[in-house]
Design a protein around this ligand. Structure first.
Ligand SMILES: [Fe+2]
Length: 457
């Protein structure tokens, strides 16, 4: 069989049904203090007009959730994030709510989490955040109650000190010549927007924040007009003529105050944590691509440029960046203990990616940045773990005292499981394995949302 688009095949193929299942089978013991929902968003195209031009990042959003309480996996649900196309095909009324740039076709497909007591599905590039109910029904597009002027991001960063969300946003073709730095207060209202002039329309997937800086990733993947003319759904690609640079924007400043620092040409989707040293240098751990979207313009996983685990140390005075390789293996979907956000972290968790085996994913890793030790959790042949979400144990203070929640894809059974791993005893088998009632297509990001953060309606 000829594969037209590998991002629509095998473990990445969409699922057809919205399923509700109760009392899921569990092996082991779910920690009883975990009360809330594990959420994950990803593309699940309900229809594809031209598979040869379909980009993985362009599929209709679908959120999967597992609700835990009292040591039980009470329910699983998966629901499309409603937008015009999905609603029309399901015979429903399209959702209401403001849409920047008139973008109502596809629902946010990239991240999902809780903030300001509500549940949100998020995407970059201009789509308005969509508010969901506790049980994943779409409430509607929500521009933070009328306070968001334009685009948002799938990767806002929470400042644990202030409770604010910080996002670096962009939108094509509505904001052709700039990014926008957006701050949302703990009540869910935008309080700050800073325009940042850029050229070539770079793809800016994420942000880092430190106590004093918002970090801008102006790297070498940009809009490519040749792809646009050829009808590609998401016309972005490697641009060797666009230098890679990092900007340090003072959190209280404007675009004129940005300290720009060149790095070796590269791209990254995701930083791990960032922090400032006592000498003012900024340290960022990243999953760095030597290049991206060179031959494969339908998705990110060319086998010739696996993302490596690197550390960047930025001197804001000299504007020099010391680039250091931590590990040569492929690392993506980095996570850390949210309690150490903006301060020096010791541990990071990543998932490997690559197209050599039967699955996009394989082992997950725990990196100890203090000792240099790297611990692998191997799920066995044909099985791969996705984004490893760290959840602190109630009342604990140790940075790795908690659990890693990870979706495991099984190529042999075409099934999916949610594993809960003791992060201190990272290499050992999971303390609990929850069988999900259907395959979950390989997708993007999610979070653990405790009921103390977003209570059941
Ligand atoms: Fe991402």
């Amino acid at each position: 069989m000829t594969v037209v688009n590998r991002y629509l095949e095998g473990q990445m193929a969409p699922v057809a049904d919205e399923v509700t299942a109760f009392d899921l089978p569990v092996s082991g013991a779910i920690p009883t203090e975990l009360e809330g929902r594990w959420l994950r968003n990803g593309p699940n195209p309900i229809a594809v007009a031209d598979p040869s031009r379909h980009h993985w990042f362009g599929g209709d959003g679908m959120v999967h959730a597992v609700r835990l309480r009292g040591g039980r996996a009470e329910w699983y649900r998966n629901r499309y994030v409603r937008a015009d196309k999905v609603a029309t095909m399901l015979g429903e009324t399209p959702p209401a709510g403001p849409a920047f740039g008139g973008r109502t076709e596809t629902g946010p497909n990239t991240n999902v989490g809780g903030f300001a007591g509500r549940s949100w599905a998020l995407v970059e590039g201009g789509g308005t955040p969509v508010e969901l109910t506790y049980e994943l029904d779409t409430i509607g597009r929500n521009d933070f109650d009328g306070t968001l002027p334009a685009a948002f991001s799938a990767h806002p960063k929470l400042d644990p000190e202030t409770g604010e969300l910080h996002a670096m946003t962009y939108s094509w073709p509505d904001l052709v010549d700039r990014l926008q730095y957006v701050v949302v207060d703990r009540d869910g209202r935008v309080t700050k927007v800073v325009d940042i002039p850029v050229s070539d329309m770079p793809m800016v997937h994420d942000i880092s924040i430190t106590p004093n800086h918002a970090v801008i990733y102006d790297l070498s993947v940009t809009v490519r007009f040749d792809l646009l003319e050829q009808g590609f759904q998401l016309p972005v690609g490697w641009n060797p003529d666009h230098p890679s640079r990092i900007g340090l924007l003072p959190r209280s400043g404007s675009a004129d105050d940005i300290v720009w620092c060149e790095v070796e040409q590269c791209f990254l989707f995701h930083p791990l944590n960032a922090y400032e040293r006592d000498d003012g240098h900024v340290v960022i751990d990243v999953c760095r691509y030597e290049n991206l979207f060179v031959d494969d313009v339908l998705g990110p996983f060319s086998v010739d440029s696996p993302p490596t685990l690197d550390r960047w140390t930025i001197d804001p005075v000299s504007r020099k960046v010391h680039e250091e390789r931590i590990d040569d293996r492929a690392h993506e979907f980095p996570r850390h203990d949210p309690r150490v956000g903006l301060r020096e972290h010791r541990f990071g968790y990543t998932a490997t990616v690559g197209y050599e085996g039967p699955s996009l994913h394989g082992s997950i890793y725990k990196t100890d940045y203090r000792t240099g030790a790297l611990t692998e959790h191997d799920f066995g042949a044909g099985r791969g773990g996705a984004e490893p979400v760290f959840v602190p144990r109630d009342g604990s203070t140790g940075e790795d005292d908690g659990w890693v929640m990870v979706l495991v894809h099984d190529a042999a059974t075409d099934g999916a499981e949610l594993h809960i791993i003791d992060a201190i005893d990272f290499a050992s088998p999971a303390v609990a394995v929850i069988d999900l009632p259907q395959r979950v297509p390989i997708g993007f990001h999610g979070n653990w949302v405790g009921d103390d953060s977003v209570p059941p309606a």
